[in-house]
Design a protein around this ligand. Structure first.
Ligand code: ATP
Ligand code: MG
Length: 430
């Protein structure tokens, strides 16, 4: 321990020269004790000479600290235990609140030695018996106090980082489990789809057969056939969705202008747009870099997102008062600043900070998605729409496709709380 002292002092001397003088606050009401302390500090040969500020009372100390903007104003505090306006542990607690990270060394007279020891246990860095104080003891105590505090702060910082790393690990683990679940679901879906497609084809043939003999069946029969046809169409839609969800390879990538793909996708849902009285407002950036995409699949992503937007606005009576729901579609180039922590892990090998991307943003002015449901919307078959209207596969299929393109898809509520903003980010290829 003792042999370490010169090393610590040497190291500290070098550091101190670079950082400027030590700033010491001394809470001492006795003039004589303070003068003695100042002498010891002078003899201690700190280089540069420490800045020593004296406060005779706790309220004077408060004023000094607050006048200097609180924390990080002193490197160490020397605290006499019996001040006119504060005593013992109370003084320590008050100082801790004022300057939580500054080390405090207790100056103790003979009478309050036990109390001083107790206060070290309560978090004071050290205690110095006034009667045996000298320059060397003072130097060592101050340097150790500063050093110990520094290590404690570093340790707290490391601890914080460790906690964060553990949280990241947990998130990654959860995502892995989720990915695994999705993967088996995909395989299951493919199997079910395959098995159901054949019997469905047989049913379709039967319905076609009866449809051709509609007159013979009478009115009741015709209605029945029409219901059967609806049911087959719905089942077929679900099966197609499942096949899309599970078909995870075979992208046929080409360099494309995303704006052109948007125009095609909007054209494909023109019918629904007109029917629901939604107005489309496009703001597509000119001269965007091209992106490497599978055009058909990317059209499907955009259609699924736009259909959700259109449905959110029409289903919820946005048009009820005669006003139009506006579907805003925009594109712009961007440089990725930061990917959310969750996405950062999941997309570690995909888009990274500072990558150039093309962003497609689809915004509606519907009711938005309740916070508690946001983390479920990408689950296959999760839907809040009435049976027969939504399969709950739209977003999971879209996300799968964007993932395959090594892009990022985000669906969030708009900051003003009105509607949803869906974003697709794809890496620029030029
Ligand atoms: N723009 C939006 N506004 C409000 N809710 C939305 C929006 N987009 C998605 N959702 C919610 O997320 C759910 C899942 O969406 P998803 O597209 O996967 O399935 P779906 O639209 O219900 O069915 P499908 O797309 O198969 O017709 C929806 O049922 C809805 O509750
Ligand atoms: Mg949908």
């Amino acid at each position: 321990m003792v042999s370490n002292t010169p090393q610590l002092e040497d190291a500290h001397a070098a550091e101190q020269e670079a950082e400027g003088p030590l700033r010491i606050l001394c809470l001492e009401d006795s003039e004589g004790d303070f003068i003695l302390l100042r002498e010891y500090l002078r003899d201690a040969k700190f280089n540069p000479t420490p800045e020593l500020v004296r406060a005779e009372t706790m309220s004077a100390a408060k004023e000094v600290i607050e006048g200097r903007n609180g924390s990080d104003t002193f490197d160490v505090v020397l605290l006499d235990l019996s001040l006119p306006d504060s005593h013992g542990v109370e003084s320590l607690v008050t100082l801790r609140e004022l300057i939580p990270t500054t080390p405090i060394t207790i100056l103790s007279g003979n009478a309050d030695r036990d109390l001083a020891v107790r206060m070290v246990k309560e978090g004071a860095q050290d205690y110095l018996p006034k009667d045996s104080l000298n320059a060397e003891l003072l130097t060592r105590s101050i340097l150790y106090a500063v050093e110990r505090q520094r290590s404690q702060t570093e340790m707290a910082e490391l601890n914080k980082r460790l906690k964060r790393a553990t949280e990241d690990l947990k998130t990654a683990q959860m995502q892995l489990i989720q990915a695994e679940k999705m993967d088996s679901l995909g395989r299951l879906a493919a199997g079910v789809a395959h098995e159901v497609k054949n019997p469905l084809a047989t049913l379709q043939m039967g319905v076609n057969y009866f449809d051709r003999r509609a007159e013979e069946l009478g009115e009741g029969g015709e209605v029945m056939v029409s219901h059967m046809q609806d049911a087959i169409t719905r089942a077929d839609r679900i099966i197609c969705g499942m096949v899309d969800y599970s078909r995870s390879d075979n992208l046929s990538l080409e360099l494309k202008d995303i704006n052109e793909i948007i125009d095609v996708a909007v054209g494909m849902i023109q019918h629904q747009i007109l029917r629901t009285n939604v107005e489309v407002s496009k703001d597509l950036a000119a001269g965007l870099p091209k992106v490497r995409v599978d055009q058909g699949k990317m059209e499907q992503v955009l259609i699924n997102l736009m259909m959700n937007a259109v449905q959110a606005m029409s289903e919820n009576g946005v048009n009820g008062d005669g006003s139009h729901g506006i579907l805003e579609v925009s594109t712009f180039p961007a440089e990725v600043e930061e990917i959310d922590r969750d996405e950062g892990i999941r997309h570690a090998e995909r888009i990274r900070a500072r990558d150039s991307v093309v962003v497609v943003e689809i915004r509606d002015h519907g009711p938005g998605i309740p916070e508690e449901k946001l983390n479920r919307i990408f689950e296959p078959f999760y839907t809040t729409k009435p049976t027969g209207e939504g399969t709950g596969l739209g977003l999971s299929v879209a996300k799968n496709i964007v993932d395959l393109h090594r892009g990022v898809m985000q669906v969030k509520n708009a900051d003003d709380g009105k509607g949803v903003i869906a974003r697709v980010m794809l890496k620029s290829s030029e």
